[in-house]
Write a protein that binds this ligand. Sequence first.
Ligand code: TYD
Length: 136
Amino acid sequence: MSSVNECRIIELPKIIDPRGNLSFLEGNSHAPFEIKRTYWIYDVPGGEERGGHSYINNQEFIVALSGSFDIVVDDGTEKKVFSLNRSYYGLYVPNGLWRGMENFSTNSLAFVVASEDYDEKDYIRDYKYFLEKNKI
Ligand code: TYD
């Protein structure tokens, strides 16, 4: 069973340069897993929310490449909210947590790296079922 306390903000390298700054992330390092997939969320209309679900196996590392948004994580007992608003910080989210994304700013860009290939069978989209599964 996962805990919201396993989520952590990880600071990425920032190469400061008068020509423009550069950051990067590597798997098995900044993202604490091997990266299999990336996707990004953009053009989110004001007030919309994404990602109300849990993954059975997929771990993620989420970066606000542009703008800002909040990630709400929930282990069935405790909830935590992480605000991302810098392109050189990422949030590690282990598998097994319920997570939502909300409060997207205009023109925000959420970049996600994932430990697993996309598989709809890896999702739990029913919150009641998620709570049942996480009962001690
Ligand atoms: P979903 O993960 O439910 O979005 P979010 O959690 O951000 O609200 O994905 C929405 C749809 O996009 C899903 O039904 C299938 C598709 N999709 C893929 O085909 N591949 C992917 O890697 C992802 C993340 C989604």
